[in-house]
Design a protein around this ligand. Structure first.
Ligand SMILES: *Cc1c(COP(=O)(O)O)cnc(C)c1O
Length: 285
């Protein structure tokens, strides 16, 4: 117990927010405080306000991830039912939990509920969130599912287990260069722009066959499948079926398709990976 900290180190560490307690401590100055004396009223109220703020923070954290475990259980049950209805085995449909914009605490809640496979859109965001988690959960797997800039290729190659968005020759070149430097290459999916939408990433349907063949020639068995995001306002089924037929043509086994709004349809059409964010973690702001 020191004059600067009349509550003693036990009280400070017992709060679980050591850093903030320390800042309160330094502000209080400790000028008039004697060992064992009552803290000044000012210090008492400051501590009370800090404690109230901590309770509020905690409450909002809990509110932000009310029942990730329950959502996961529900989603897994729906995946199982959809697989069964399609005459498929549930083990053949993998759930990619999409954590973009969500804090590491949400990822950890999903990890504690048994989820190991995650998807992120942006390399920068994933690089901030996932390496520390991977240190604790070594069987965690990360898929990059967002449009990939060539200047992020090296970081993506170092970070990801699967890159789902290979969609143009320039990115192939960048990934090949990055693989040489990093001494590793993740599995690759070719993203197809199944609606031929001008604003969307992915190789156009008419160019898909040639591009997939070129990727297979270059990267060999690391090219494992195809990925798509159908047009928002359309029935996704014909798009999913198109992608499934394309994968079959090229002897590719992985089909990443289906999101929170349409994953059951995707499973009926042969999806091996469904990418769900909202259904697990709630709406994004
Ligand atoms: C955000 C995102 C998802 C998840 O979308 P939800 O509708 O929240 O399930 C899936 N795939 C990609 C490529 C995404 O960007």
């Amino acid at each position: 117990m020191t004059p600067e900290n009349p509550f003693g180190s036990k009280a400070a560490s017992g709060s679980g927010f050591g850093k903030r307690s320390a800042s309160v401590k330094s502000q209080s100055g400790g000028k008039g405080a004697q060992p064992g004396a009552c803290p000044p009223a000012r210090l008492f109220f400051r501590r009370a306000l800090t404690a109230a703020a901590q309770v509020r923070n905690l409450a909002s954290m809990i509110e932000a991830s009310p029942d990730i475990a329950a959502n996961l259980a529900q989603v897994r049950a729906r995946i199982e039912a959809a697989a069964r209805a399609a005459g498929r085995r549930a083990e053949d449909v993998h759930l990619v939990a999409v954590t973009k914009t969500k804090p590491a605490a949400a990822v950890e809640a999903a990890l504690r509920a048994g989820q190991r496979l995650f998807g992120e859109n942006r390399v920068q965001e994933a690089a901030g969130k996932f390496p520390p988690l991977k240190a604790t959960w070594p069987d965690l797997r990360l898929h990059l599912i967002g449009p990939l800039q060539t200047n992020k290729a090296r970081e993506a190659v170092a970070l990801a287990d699967v890159i789902e968005t290979l969609d143009r020759p320039r990115l192939s070149d960048a990934l090949a260069r990055a693989a040489e430097k990093e001494g590793r290459l993740p599995q690759l999916l070719v993203q197809v722009n199944v609606g031929d939408e001008p604003q969307k990433a992915g190789v156009l349907r008419a160019e898909a066959d040639a591009f997939i063949e070129a990727c297979k020639k270059r990267f060999g068995p690391l090219v494992t499948g195809l990925m798509c995001i159908p047009p928002l306002q359309e029935d996704p089924r014909p798009h999913f079926l198109w992608l499934a037929a394309c994968a079959a043509r090229h002897g590719l086994s992985v089909l990443s398709m289906g999101m929170s709004a349409d994953f059951e349809v995707a499973i009926a059409c042969g999806a091996t990976h469904v990418r769900l964010g909202t259904a697990i973690f709630g709406a994004r702001v």
